[in-house]
Design a protein around this ligand. Structure first.
Ligand code: LMR
Length: 396
């Protein structure tokens, strides 16, 4: 039966990583896959994570099953991290959810959950959005439509057009929003814009589906969660997927959170039984280790303070690299206005160059960038800044 298959092209992001690893140019630079790197280009394990793992190794007494919702305590600590302790939706007891295998696991489980509530429901995603959103949501059975979001010509948000498009979204549809640090464009909604979209959701009756993959990488843990928090307090129903890959540096451990805000606690209990059944029918239950690390860090004041300080260091380094990139592009005579890089947040921005220029950077300089010209700013360092910005200037 398998002879009917034809081979698929490599994933646009993961395929680039494989090409980078095979390149023996000592000057090669990987600005592809979204992982944080330090000045030495290394994705180190956070100290708070190492310490939590050490404690877990010492204290763990059993490997018995944990259950579809994951390690006990993960959901309560993570829902407080996302929504903030004392959030009205939490005190009203109308939030439920589960630990998932990464943010991707959360997106997939929540998409299937939404599809159970409304078969073939339409979800509106930003143009552009993260390439993997489309299969994660689409394979679960949701119908995907797009709303305007980013203007490549001006490197800025198309908020008026987005708002006009969302005004026409019918009740019962879903709208995918990036909680912060938009992937791939780095341009986020302002607080006022989040407020406007929240009012629109209330008026129109669409359900926001927030993907929060980079909490803490933009302005701060609370600041980055503004949109999720305001929506969860004002709207009857919100779906939130969160990832611990970047802010805890737990990429390969696969830790995420699937969270649903319901109209009331009775509906929340019913909804949770559906969510757990979606999980049971997929992978039964998530792996424990990464979730236990997150729970250990968030429930220990000392570890939590260390983690928050490590997270601030990562954020500040990225933001200073953004400034450095703009300055060095200017000093190397790169044609164009790149000041938007400094205004945007998170790991990503579009350089705004053509696919041909992206291909030249790879061929002539071993600089790896996704075809769309999305760069992972965290892949830049003081050591490669000059090589990188002069190469960019030379291909423009
Ligand atoms: C990215 O966008 O590069 C990251 O979210 C990693 C991935 O899985 O694509």
């Amino acid at each position: 039966m398998f002879e009917q298959f034809s081979a698929l092209p490599a994933d646009p992001i993961l395929g680039l990583l494989a090409e980078f690893r095979a390149d023996d140019n000592p000057n090669k630079i990987d600005l592809g896959v979204g992982v944080y790197k330090d000045e030495a280009g290394h994705t180190a394990i956070l100290q708070a994570v190492k310490e939590a793992e050490t404690r877990l190794l010492r204290t763990e007494e059993s490997k018995v099953y944990v259950g579809p919702a994951g390690t006990p305590g993960f959901f309560s600590t993570m829902s407080e991290l996302v929504l903030g302790a004392g959030h009205p939706a939490l005190t009203d007891n109308r939030v439920r959810g589960a630990q998932t295998p990464g943010g991707c696991g959360a997106l997939r489980v929540l998409a299937e959950f939404a599809n159970r509530a409304k078969q073939g429901a339409t979800i509106w995603v930003s143009d552009p959005t993260w390439a993997n959103h489309v299969p994660l949501l689409g394979y679960a059975g949701l119908n995907i439509e797009t709303y305007p979001y980013y203007d490549r010509a001006t490197s800025s948000l198309r908020f008026d057009e987005m708002y006009e498009a969302l005004k026409k979204v019918p009740a019962g549809d879903l709208v995918l929003l990036h909680g912060c640090c938009h992937n791939p464009c780095g341009a986020d909604l302002t607080r006022e814009q989040w407020d406007l979209v929240t009012e629109l959701a209330l008026e129109r009756g669409f359900t926001p589906f927030i993907d929060m993959a980079y909490q803490g990488f933009g302005e701060g843990l609370a600041e980055d969660a503004y949109g999720a928090r305001v929506m969860a307090s004002k709207l009857p129903e919100v779906i939130i997927a969160a990832s611990c890959s970047k802010n805890f540096g737990l990429y390969r451990e696969r830790v995420g959170l699937a969270m649903v805000v319901y109209a009331n606690s009775a509906q929340a209990d019913v909804g949770q039984s559906q969510l757990l059944s979606v999980i049971r029918g997929n992978y039964s239950m998530p792996p424990n280790h990464g979730g236990a690390i997150v729970e250990t860090i968030l429930t220990d004041a000392g570890l939590r303070a260390n983690w928050e300080s490590e997270l601030s260091d990562m954020r500040e380094r990225i933001n200073s690299l953004r400034t450095g990139l703009v300055e060095n592009l200017v000093s190397n005579g790169a044609d164009g206005d790149f000041s938007f890089i400094q205004r945007q947040r998170g790991m990503f921005s579009f350089l705004g160059i053509s696919p041909e220029q992206v291909a030249r950077l790879k061929k002539e300089y071993s600089i790896y960038i996704v075809d769309s010209s999305r760069i992972n700013v965290a892949g830049v360092s003081q050591a490669n800044m000059q090589y990188l910005t002069s190469a960019i200037a030379s291909v423009i």
